[in-house]
Design a binder for this molecule. Sequence first.
Ligand SMILES: [Zn+2]
Ligand SMILES: [Zn+2]
Length: 209
Amino acid sequence: MSRCPECMGAGGTNLKKCSQCGGTGQITKAQRTILGSFAQTVICPNCKGHGEVPENICRKCGGTGTSRQTKDIKVKIPAGVNDGSSIRVAGGGEVGEDGEGDLYLRIKVKPAKEFNREGQDIFSEKEISFSQAALGDRVKIETVDGSIDLNIPAGTASHTQFRLRGKGVPYPNNPRQRGDHLVTIKIRVPKKLSREEREMLEKLKNINP
Ligand SMILES: [Zn+2]
Ligand SMILES: [Zn+2]
């Protein structure tokens, strides 16, 4: 329920002082019980506590001041939110007698194929050939900021982990501070070899058995 766009929530035009409560928004009711008479102050049912009622009732909302509406809103997602985080959108909820409520968004993060997240750290894998591992090379690593170059030193073993400092997830309460990105190197062993490759590897095997 939103504020009626026709009357802006007033319920109509030409507001007049409520005759039932005299503009105070409250009425006093006498209650008779077996213990005696009590005076009880309640919100005026005629003006709902506003003290004024429109002379010309809004045709769109029938004087309630609210109407059912569907609207699209843009919500800024802060960097570093995680699965299950809540984001409060002030004034995005229902309009009631006490004004606008808030909207709470529960965030679900879609898993990524190439990245895993643990806390503020990001994990990924990079496959390299065994000649790249043996001789060293410069390879491209995909990060959430785009691709960067990583130096693979000669003689890198499979499952070696490289830490890319500050390339992880920002901390929500301090976005300038970020976790790290850890890349695990996997050495690709070819399943099919050409005759030439086979000959070269056989030679290598004989030199360094
Ligand atoms: Zn009233
Ligand atoms: Zn209206």
